[in-house]
Design a protein around this ligand. Structure first.
Ligand code: ADP
Length: 453
């Protein structure tokens, strides 16, 4: 049985894991960088160990130091959160070989899904629709152009090791293809140390709809419904909601079954997410699987009433899932706004610094997952997300009204944030009518005066 967990992360997700552990009576060990001495996760965990310098490459990405900390403090499991080492198959393997439970899937599943073209191949064989594209990575520019012509422009060039929207370029003809192919390769090489790319048909204005999977170690795989994450900027999510205003019960059932098949094809265990693009006609295509907990997991928690972090720990403990697919119901609507320390009026430039005053909203149907407080200084080394506002109610309308109300109460002084942007979106007719696709943000920014933010 897991009695002590090392949390190999920082920020709000580290707090989220500490909270779940505490409710389960499990002790926690925080690890932190020299830039995070003042962080709440360090203060709230039962124990904390400094693992290195401010840069992630000197601390949160140092598998050797994290495993040493785990051994010194005698923990029996590691929760990787999201980002950092969460999708690193080698790290999961190291944990396995040191007899420390990795709270996530087996390294083999991470490896399959971590290479996006292997992932597509694997799920396609299981009968799950994928976006038409190259069979695996493309070997040369000449071969790539041939494939792009065959698929038909526009196409999207994507890094096989991709993540976070990086290494992804769109080409509309042979000329732009030649340029974007090299840009994508260079970007991928820089970001992931792997320049391999593959090609897909570029789907015009799709929705991004993903399914939350839970799979235990006894072969049971279920889904907890979908999240609509179509509001994105530069392929990065800004707002997520559940259920999707686009899906009907029939499509939800079909996509849910496909998601379960996709997870089974990689012998998946623990919590994971199957991402699809859905076109206007309701055709859906698998794009990738995230083999970890996701930033947007709270919207699923609020509509299903299931604590996903506790489920992850229970599964890692070898316990059976307590529910069947037919037990899962969606009785509420939830919307999450990502609060980033960025200036939306200046092309979303990061806005690190000291928060002079912080007041988080509350009241019925409001949840804030955040690690910041008045006087907290945001270090410039990490992700710009400083919190997540999740509002829920019995209807989508209620969740929207509540989001607007809560955003109006949210005070963050001393830095710029995305709060005013979210307020503008919550009162925008296209979003209110549930019509946002992945093309929404570009259009919204073009028609909205930035002095509003
Ligand atoms: P990452 O792993 O970098 O997040 P994804 O494969 O999950 O990359 O894609 C991120 C986003 O990029 C999608 O949600 C979608 O908005 C856009 N995208 C990816 N593939 C396509 C495609 N074939 N057609 C249109 N948009 C795409």
């Amino acid at each position: 049985m897991i009695q002590k967990v090392l949390i190999a992360n920082r920020g709000e997700i580290a707090l989220r894991v500490i909270r779940a552990c505490r409710e389960l009576g499990i002790k926690t060990l925080a690890v932190y960088s020299e830039a995070d001495v003042q962080s709440l996760h360090v203060q709230l965990a039962d124990e904390a160990i400094c693992i290195g310098g401010p840069r992630s490459s000197d601390s949160y990405l140092r598998a050797d130091r994290i495993i040493s900390a785990a051994e010194i403090a005698d923990v029996d499991a590691i929760h990787p959160g999201y980002g950092f080492l969460s999708e690193n198959a080698k790290f999961a393997e190291q944990c396995e070989s040191c007899n420390i439970k990795f709270i996530g899937p087996k390294s083999k599943s991470i490896r399959i899904m971590g290479d996006k073209s292997v992932a597509k191949d694997t799920v396609r064989k299981a009968g799950v629709p994928t976006v038409p594209g190259s069979d695996g990575p493309v070997e040369s520019e000449t071969e790539a152009v041939k494939i792009a012509r065959k698929i038909g422009y526009p196409v999207i060039i994507k890094a096989v090791a991709g993540g976070g929207g990086r290494g992804m370029r769109i080409a509309h003809n042979d000329v732009s293809f030649a340029k974007e192919y090299h840009v994508a390769r260079n970007e991928a090489e820089k970001a992931f140390g792997n320049g391999a790319v593959y090609i897909e048909k570029y789907i015009q204005s799709p929705r991004h709809i993903e399914f939350q999977i839970l799979a235990d170690t006894h072969g049971k795989v279920i889904h907890l419904g979908e999240r609509d994450c179509s509001v994105q900027r530069r392929h990065q999510k800004l707002i997520e909601e559940a259920p999707s205003p686009f899906l009907n019960a029939d499509l939800r059932k079909k996509m849910g079954k496909a998601a379960v098949r996709a997870a089974e094809s990689a012998e998946y265990q623990n919590a994971g997410t199957i991402e699809f693009l859905v076109d206007a006609k309701g055709n859906y295509y698998f794009i990738e699987m995230n083999t970890r907990i996701q930033v947007e997991h709270p919207v699923t928690e609020e509509v299903t009433g299931i604590d996903l972090i506790k489920q992850q720990i229970r599964i890692a403990n070898g316990e059976k899932l307590e529910f069947d697919q037919s037990d899962i119901t969606w009785t509420k609507h939830a919307i999450e706004c990502r609060i980033n320390a960025e200036d939306p009026s200046r092309n979303f430039t990061p806005s690190p610094g000291t928060i002079s005053l912080y007041y988080a909203p509350g009241g019925h149907g409001v949840r804030v997952d955040s690690h910041v407080y008045s006087g907290y200084t945001i270090p410039p080394y990490y992700d710009s997300m400083i919190g997540k506002l999740i509002c829920f109610g019995s209807t989508r309308k209620m969740a929207l009204q509540r989001s607007y109300r809560a955003l109006s109460e949210y005070l963050v002084r001393g830095i710029k944030t995305t709060i005013p942007l979210h307020k503008a979106i919550m009162s925008d007719p296209t979003f209110i009518e549930g019509k946002a696709t992945t093309a929404y943000m570009e259009d919204f920014m073009a028609r909205t005066p930035t002095d509003l933010f």
